[in-house]
Design a protein around this ligand. Sequence first.
Ligand SMILES: *Cc1c(COP(=O)(O)O)cnc(C)c1O
Length: 369
Amino acid sequence: MNLSSLAPNYIRTIAPYQGGKPISELAREMGLIEAEIVKLASNENPLGISPKAQMAIEDAIADIARYPDGNSFALRDAVSKKFNVKTNQLVFGNGSNDILELAARAFLHAGCEAIYSQHAFAVYSLVIQAAGAAGVVIPAKNYAHDLDGFLKAITPKTKLIFIANPNNPTGTLLKKDALKTFIYTVPRYVLIVLDEAYDEYLSAEDKSEAISWLAEFDNLIISRTFSKAYGLAGLRVGFGLMHAGVADMLNRVRQPFNVNSIAQVAAVASLADDDFVARSYAANQAGMAQLTQGFTQLGLEYIPSSANFVSFAVKDAANVNQKLLQNGVIVRPIANYGMPDYLRVSVGLFRENARFLEVLQMIIKSSAK
Ligand SMILES: *Cc1c(COP(=O)(O)O)cnc(C)c1O
């Protein structure tokens, strides 16, 4: 008997998430040395983690025989003070992916709809489908979210809207006033999940003010993560900020110990290290300039990005990706995001970016012959 047929059709037809290729896997496949591989595929922080987080992690190892605090008390306190929200407005997750999924699990069911953009983060369609709801995809406009298109797609069945700002994999950013007008216009029976995974990489001028909008909009859920600028991708910790009544619903479907104890202390220490975030921001600015200058020199088109990655167009992207891999450089093909002519590269350290550009130039030159 084929047991997969026991799963409902909406589960069987889920297309699994494709992450960046791990360094160890490429090393095995190509017979390469791990230390020589450059991975610029998952928007990780090339500076690593805050030294304060490192120390907190080392101390916390002594206690891992104990269950973590299921309410993330210390982290909740730190986040509530830093962002000036009440402690009951916060939900902590095993990465911010968990927050996205909790929102879907708490509010979606068969027969209702959730809206997201073409070329948006792949997790939205996954969590919508896993909840048995129908995803409604709005065609992008110049690779960016078309908010008017979102408004037109709202029906009485719409329960959730997912927006990533900046968006991954396009790096596009919605302006604050346009976004606020949009939220104001969306009917109050529709929840808006605003995914701000890359907010720390925005300039002071562009940084989100959405947390201050929570007082006005009960139907807003903002998600943040420690995986990107804070460098804790491997520990899995993120959080959502929302109305207390909405947080209560997400907490009902949350696993009791979804955030591990090491992640909790590392997140608290990271939040207190503004210097590390400032250094990460500066390194990203410099690396982004290095990459985009490189693309311009190579005559390659790219989508201007507000985050820590940039998508660029190449002829025969799948083949270029394969050749990059053969030379020990991992980037992200994004054909599964409806962008088969693009590759996405994360901003790395100076020497990593330089190595990527050097190999890319070699590939392009040799294929032009
Ligand atoms: C990387 C990313 C996240 C973060 O996921 P975590 O589960 O917090 O590691 C969330 N949203 C978008 C759009 C991302 O690109």
